[in-house]
Design a protein around this ligand. Sequence first.
Ligand code: HEM
Length: 357
Amino acid sequence: MSTYPPINYSDYLKVDELTDLQSLRSEAFGHPAHDEMLFIVIHQTYELWFKQILFELNSAITAFSAPTVDERDMLTINSRLDRIIEIQKILISQVDVLETMTPMDFLEFRDYLYPASGFQSAQFRLIENKLGLEQRLTYNKKDYKEALSANDHKKVSQTEGEASLFVLLEKWLERTPFLSIGKFDFWKDYRQAVEERLKNNLENIEAAGYDEETKKKHLQNFEQITKSFDALLDEAVYKKLQGEGSWRFSHKALSAALFIYLYRHEPIFQLPFNLMQNLQTIDENFTQWRYRHALMVHRMIGIKMGTGGSSGHQYLKAAGDKHKIFQDLNNLATFFIPKSSLPELPESIKSKLGFHY
Ligand code: HEM
């Protein structure tokens, strides 16, 4: 075995360089503000975690980009996503540390920051694009990339043209076999099971003793669900709803996702099920971070505009509502039925969903 030259902890981690990277603007302008150190360290820490998230995302995307995803890679992809989920928990809880800075402490150095803003975090935009965020809110009628430096603009633009995890998941779902094999018509049986369940729900609504107003709302909701369920079974209707923005996945991909969710207990679907659950969790965690950040911003600057020029708290709250990627997977839960009511799969198909020796 070869030997390697010894290395010291500080040299390996470049600790001196790292701890030399905090330059307080308040100090440079002759009015040192104690809390600016925390403000910089927190942001830099976020950027380091963003770097790690991108590293994991890129690795998952590479494995998932294969024309046929090797089943052996699924475990790796899932463990990369698991790691992102753990990092997100830190990102959310880290806001607590920043909130030990009071709004008035922040005012001691806020004026030195214009027009800089987290809105210009290129790594945050890369993460969004690699996950598959497309429809964004705008403010001042400008594209989000206009706030970026020329170099960041180039990097972020490039990811807009690349296949995101959303797109790769969609393609992969479209390739899922088993949806209509031979004489087995899953969708007919499933429709029957769901209709029975919806009828049951309707009876429960009638019997629950709601006041007229609540009952009316329940019935409207019931009608809406029945209508979107029809769309699920009819590609032409589905496409219309897709055009209106109700669904993002292709009809084929969504059907495959539903099939996997319903029969997730079948051995061959367990890892695909975990993968989609992980993507839902990542999406949800970013929404949690957005809301947490928006609440902190409200507390920190009230209803003032942001240094980046947005309406501040209001923009951030709206972005939390809108900037979601895997919503279709959440919406699928509308059509779930208990395992005990699921159509029994024919043996010829069931035997293909297990592991064989
Ligand atoms: C005192 C603390 C903070 C305040 C007052 C604040 C305020 C704001 C405001 C008002 C915006 C909207 C854009 C603008 O008008 O500037 C924004 C966006 C953003 N901030 Fe912060 N922020 C703070 C801390 C942080 C931290 C620690 C991070 C971590 C990286 C961060 C990341 C972001 C990101 C990524 C956006 C863009 C969000 C989007 O467009 O969806 N912010 N921030």
